[in-house]
Design a protein around this ligand. Structure first.
Ligand SMILES: [Zn+2]
Length: 426
């Protein structure tokens, strides 16, 4: 480093600057982690991991989802022998030197599509590569047991013209690198909102079909702002949504701060807006009521922030009614909403639950407003969001928030059979 100083103060400032620079260098060297990982994405469906690890006797492992191959350990540039032992999704090493710097090399064979991965792929094990991008739901990085809160320096090497659109090359605590979603692709369009202390980014890489053009990006960022203002702040500070090419992701995935959805069938807005509300809903309220509230409220917010017109909202309610009627006809009986969640597994009845849940939520919203025009289902959901880390009974919560007596309502519409679903929309 060269330091140019003009004028008479040259010597004096030099004397001050040198120790300062030296101090910074010492501090930087101390901060630079012993633990460095370089991840190379090969567009042919492989991820190569090269790590520099300072061995200190603690157990070392890789999280490879059972797909690590060509594993090598090198000390002083020479291969060293080692043994492996699998524990869940981690592969532990033994027989390595007790201390000193070592290099680890391995490859992971990625899947080419989430859906076409053979038997059902566990979300946290999903590592996907297609010609249009890379997606990892898991930090598949190596680790030293007990060092998960220590910093790791992660560098990404990507195919030409790709960039990381979620996650980046930086020094970061290993546990955070593990928890997050990693996406690389050729970037195309991005929308962004800063609100309170949080940021929301929606990304659409090249190759994904953007239904509705930039209206989609503006609408989704407005949607996030609307939800944040109505339902209050969340613990995390950055949130992301991706619309990915179908070649990369045939389906959708949701994590605590990111959602990835493929561009299939133009249902992507529906998926994204629905899943975003799960950030607020928490998972304490039973499945069948939570899904209905979200299915209905996400549609209401879409109207409020200009993603849909009122006519589309009404059409949607009608299509839910049609779906519920058809399901009653097909099965020959009306199934209470509270019973539906037992039948969900794995894909069956998912649509039925959302359809009936939407109609029941609509009825609840109207009944609350009829009794107290100043309150609505939005207030109930905001209270749910505030209590999302606690156990509570939704019926009590509705009553406390709005004064509406929810118990008879639940008996009738949630635990009871609804033979005439058209009454829900009257
Ligand atoms: Zn849901």
């Amino acid at each position: 480093m060269m330091i140019w100083i003009k004028g008479k103060t040259k010597i004096k400032r030099f004397v001050i600057l040198i120790p300062a620079a030296f101090g910074l260098w010492i501090a930087a060297a101390a901060l630079l982690p012993d633990f460095r990982v370089e991840v190379t994405i090969r567009s042919q469906g492989e991820v190569e991991v090269r790590a520099t690890i300072h061995l200190d006797g603690r157990p070392v492992y890789i999280k490879d989802a059972g797909r690590g191959t060509e594993i090598r350990w090198l000390v002083g540039g020479k291969d060293v022998p080692f043994q492996t032992r699998r524990e869940g999704d981690a592969l532990y090493f033994s027989g390595l030197p007790a201390s000193g710097a070592a290099r680890l090399f391995y490859k992971i064979r990625a899947f080419s599509s989430y859906i076409n991965s053979g038997d059902r792929l566990k979300l946290r094990e999903a590592i996907l590569i297609s010609p249009s991008g890379f997606l990892a739901l898991t930090g598949f990085f190596p680790g030293i047991e007990g060092s998960e809160h220590e910093p790791i320096d992660i560098r990404w090497r990507l195919p030409r013209r790709w960039t990381m659109i979620s996650g980046q090359s930086s020094v970061q605590p290993l546990h955070r690198a593990r928890e997050r979603m990693w996406v690389a692709a050729r970037p195309d369009r991005q929308g962004r909102a800063e609100i309170g202390g949080a940021s929301f980014t929606v990304s659409v890489p090249e190759g994904a079909i953007l239904w509705g053009g930039s209206r989609f990006l503006d609408g989704l960022t407005a949607y996030f702002r609307h939800a944040w203002e109505k339902f209050g702040p969340l613990e995390k500070a950055d949130f992301e949504a991706f619309l990915l090419p179908r070649a990369l992701l045939a389906g959708f995935v949701l994590s605590s701060r990111a959602i990835a959805v493929s561009d299939e069938f133009g249902e992507s807005i529906d998926r994204l807006t629905h899943e975003m509300l799960h950030w607020w809903s928490g998972y304490r309220v039973p499945y069948w009521i939570r899904e209905g509230l979200i299915a209905y409220l996400s549609r209401k917010i879409r109207v409020a922030c200009g993603l849909d017109g009122e006519a589309i909202f009404r059409q949607h309610l009608q299509s839910c009614l049609t779906a519920v009627r058809e399901s009653i006809k097909k099965s020959g009986k009306a199934t209470p909403l509270a019973e539906m969640s037992d039948m969900i597994s794995p894909n069956a009845r998912f649509k039925d639950l959302h359809a009936l849940g939407t109609l029941v939520a609509r009825r609840l919203d109207l009944d609350i407003q009829a009794q107290n025009p100043k309150k609505s289902l939005f207030d109930v959901f905001a209270a749910m969001a505030r209590n999302r880390n606690r156990n509570f009974d939704l019926r009590d919560l509705v009553e406390q928030e709005t004064g509406f007596r929810a118990k008879p309502f639940f008996e009738k519409y949630v635990f009871g059979k609804i033979e005439n679903p058209e009454n829900l929309l009257k």
